[in-house]
Design a binder for this molecule. Sequence first.
Ligand code: ADP
Ligand code: MG
Length: 462
Amino acid sequence: IWGRACAELEQSVGPNNYNHWIKPLRLTSIEDGAARLASPTRFISDWVNRHFAKEIVSVLNRAGAEVERLRFEIGAPAARLREDAPAEAAPADDAPAAAPARTERAAPATTRAPRAELGAPLDPRYTFSNFVVGKPNELAHAAARRVGEGGPVGFNPLFLYGGVGLGKTHLMHAIAHDFQARHPVAQVLYLSAEQFMYRFVQALRESTIMDFKGMFRNVNMLMVDDVQFIAGKDSTQEEFFHTFNALVDQGKQIVISADRAPAEIKGLEERIKSRLSCGLIVDLHPTTYELRLGILQSKTDSFRAQQPDVEIGAGVLEFLAHRISTNVRVLEGALQRLFAHASLLRREITLELAQECLADILRTNDRKVSIDDIQRKVAEHYNIRLADLIGPKRARNVARPRQIAMYLAKQMTSRSLPEIGRRFGGRDHTTIMHGVRKIDELMVEDTSLAEDVAVLKRLLEA
Ligand code: ADP
Ligand code: MG
C-alpha cells in the first residue's frame, strides 16, 4: 500500500517535496483508522503533518486503506534498521534515534491549523478591516496593505517599529491573513523572534538543523515579530542572518517588527542592522487623541454588536481618549472592562462609572506627562514662543523658563538627561543637569519661583 501511495504522492506534491519530506517515512501499521508513519526526525513529521497530512490520508484511502488520521513515530527507522541490518550500530551521539519508538500524540489530519507549530497561530481578529487608520499609523498601514496584496512590492524587508501596543502585531497578522487569502497555497510563516530562537535551539539539540533550515527556506513569506529579542544572542542572530539572506535571494517577502529602529537596537549585529535597513522602515507613532477616539468608536461598535443592551453615555469615549495613554491595548482593556461592569450591574456606561471602575488605569496614566506637554505649558505660562524656549537664545526671560522646563522634564517624565537634551534642541546632558540643579537651588530661596513650579506641575498633572 505504501509503495502505491508513494507513487501517487510523488505526483501530487511534486518530486522535491516528495524526496525531502515523504520519502524518509515508512508506513508501519494501520490500526483503528490511524496510519502509523515512522519518521527519522520530529521536524520531518511535524512538517508532513502540517502540510501533507490530508493528502496522505486521501491517497491511502484511494490505495485501499481505511484511514482517517496519521500517527507519527520518531526514530522508528532506526528500529527497522536494526531488524534489517543488525550490524549497523547507531553512532554514539545519535542515541535517541535508537531508543524505542516514541509515539507522537495523535494528529487528526483535518483539524490541525496549518503551520501552527512552526509558526505562531494568527489571531482572526487582527485584520485590516479591524484596524483603524489615522495619521500616526497611516504609512505603516499603507506599507502593510501593499505587502498583504503580494506581488512585487519594491521593498524587502518591511520593517515596522514602534512602542508597545501601537499595532505592530495586529498589522503583521493582517498581512498574513490577507496574503494567505489571496495565495491559498503559499506558505506564510509568522512567529516571534523568541519562537525563532526556541525552534533553532531545539533543532540544534535534536540535530535537526538541516530540517530547520529547509523549513524556513521553503516559506513564501516570513514574518518575525519583536526582533529586538535576538539582540545579544549570537548564534540565533547568525542563523537569522542566513535565513534572512536565503529568503531575500529567492525574492521571498520578509516582514519584521521591533520596538525601535534597526540602528537603535543594541546588541544586534551590524550586518543584520544593515540588512534590515535595506528595505522599507516605517514607524508607528504614538496615538493621537483623534486616533484613540476612532479606535474607541470602532471597538464600541463591535462590543455593542455582542452586548446590544449596554448603553454608553455622552462624552465617555472622549473622556477615555483624553485620559488613557497611547497604548491601544490599555485603551481596549479599559473599554472591555467598562462593558463588563455595565452589563453585570445593568447600568449605563457613564462618566461616573468610568471613573469608578477605571481608577487604577486613570491614575497611573495621570503621571504620564510628555516633554512636549511640559514645553508647551511652560512657554504658555511665561508667554514666550515655544521655538525660543527650545532654541539657543540666552536672554534671561527665556533661559530661566527653559531651565524650569528641563527641571520638570526630569522630575515628571522617566526620560534620561541625554534624551531630554535631545528634546531641548540637541543640548548636552550636562547642560540639562546644570539647569535642573539651578532650579533646585533657586527654589530654596525664591518662594515665588517655587510657587510657579508647583503651579506648572499641577497644571500638567490635571
Ligand atoms: P504591538 O504589537 O505594537 O505591541 P498590538 O498589535 O499587539 O501592538 O496591538 C495591541 C492591541 O491594540 C491589539 O489588540 C490591537 O488589535 C489593538 N490595536 C492597535 N492599533 C490598533 C488600530 N489602529 N486599530 C484597531 N486596533 C488596534
Ligand atoms: Mg506585538
